[in-house]
Design a protein around this ligand. Sequence first.
Ligand code: IVH
Length: 665
Amino acid sequence: MEAFTKAQKRIEELKREIEKHNYHYYVLDDPLISDSQFDLLMRELMELENQFPELLTPDSPSQRVGGEPLKGFKTFQHRTPLLSLGNAFGKEELLDFHRRVVNSLGEDVEFIVEHKVDGLSIGLYYENGILQVGATRGDGETGEDVTHNIKTIGNVPLRIKEPLPLVAVRGEAYMPKDSFEKLNQEKEEKGEPLFANPRNAAAGSIRQLNPKIAASRDLRVIVYDVMDLEGKEIHTHSEDLEFLREQGFSVIESLKSKDINEIATYCEQWGHKRHDLPYEIDGMVIKVNNKEQQRQLGYTSKSPRWAIAYKFPAEQGITRLLDIVVKVGRTGAVTPNAILEPVKLAGTTVSRATLHNEDFIKEKDILIGDYVVIQKAGEIIPEVVEVVKEKRTGEERVFSLPEYCPECSSKVVRLEGEAVARCTGKTICPAQVREGIIHFASRNAMDIEGLGPSIVTLLFEKELIKNFADLYYLKFEDIVNLERMGEKSAQNLLASIEKSKEASLHQLIFALGIPLVGQKAAKILAENFGSIDKLSKATEDELIAIHEIGSKIAQSIISFFNEEQNRAILERLKQAGVKMESEIPEIKEGALVGKTFVITGTLEKYSRKEAQELIESLGGKVSSSVSKKTDYVVAGASPGSKYDKAQQLGVSILDEESFIKLMGE
Ligand code: IVH
């Protein structure tokens, strides 16, 4: 019973702690702890919930990782229909809306202006403060119950501050633009079909039966409306937004104004600045602030009369496709790119657009010389939407992918089931090698500051480096005279390269560019093997025994380490002093025989259970309370009263680092 009560108390503590960190990370964008510290808290919670399944509640953050797939979607009847909005195209139509509202009310009107987020509209239903249902808008009355996926979204509170009988909230689920780009890049590398835009990516991730998919994607929800509220009265929309903020949501930014000219200017300005936002917006929403006035204005059959969507003009342009060139990526993917007659679009001059792959060109029937409609999808890479066939002259030419790589003349092949064709040149292909070095130095890999694509290209073209191991053998005199370099930059660059030798093992594994091994897999491999040496000797069975590693990834790892050239590069990295293992030292058997430990607070590298197992495996004992007989108290972050007791009794207190050292001695 005591264990149960203790677990109950700890679970409650952990739930609050984890949700606090989620809020700081996702809503405030200001994390308080590292990812690995967060993982430890989550792991401890999941272990306790496993031990005491009766203590698992629907608001537990452990539910965010995504459980078993559903067999099918349940429909969900919204309590109040999720209406859509009427549109205003341009300032004139906005002024018409204003005139209608003011004439109808016959009094002063205050408005709230918000971004119109281009995502997937959803309703969130909280009962007594706990999230019960998350559902898509559907036709407005009936949506799909996607609670299992919504719960995986980090900035959706599973429990809100005030436990009111009912709070129904409306918002938009979206994928941040940079995450969308990254996801599509990964898909492109894997030869999978791409998402057309962030909106489709968000919808495609949420309307999935398997919640692991949503959990693995960077999704967010931003809220902008309280649809139903029981147990509290709110009189204005701006107070709704304030209330939502207090409850822990990410809330839409807003402007309050009575001046329609100011509102129009604000909308137009956002039309130009929209590209700076992390999410896509396709317009602005203007709402009457006072709810009594909203009630008086009422609704048409489809939309409220008290609000309108100001739509931005479409960001498309027409230009001529002058040529199609192919680019060879790090994994050999040969992707066609359109060279365009430069055209101004969304504030920038566009002269290139992605064409993704051969099928895309065939489907859209794109010919060299065509006039094409282009659009900035996902804001960053412009895309060809369609061909203006009426403008064809008959001079246009069909494009076909080259049979041989333009960079190394190796055969280009397209494997069955893959959307992309690949150069088979691997290590003899300069493009693949160069892109591989760029990847090696990039932020999430070895994070070599100052070594961006242009410097890598320069070093590579001057034959100062042939692979990424060569970076560690560069000398000051090699680089100081390069274009735009100089003494200071050369010193800085060498210092950054030197510093990267201490990068974490998972960064190095990711940096190696093993096909199919992304950042997440690299972390898992680092945790499981602890060194490049052990990873390079891993068998397929050992690899696939790890939960997240499938046989395709396992084979890719094995063939990477089998290649003579890769082994030689790794040896040179090692010789240069690049760290090839995790920080945790090898543990000596029997190092702790006869010693009694007490653990308090949260450790960064181990869960309580893991630390206990470690101590025991080395011959030590773990006790739950501090006494004079205790040899060491291991204190992690936020230690409890045991820490004070240890101080009173004069027991040695170890922080995590000293604890690890002790095990290694
Ligand atoms: S208000 C009755 N505010 O735009 C209130 N909608 O047709 C109706 N949307 O699908 C919604 N951002 O999902 C509102 N700040 C915002 C919005 C917003 C995006 C979506 C909404 C709906 C569409 C309008």
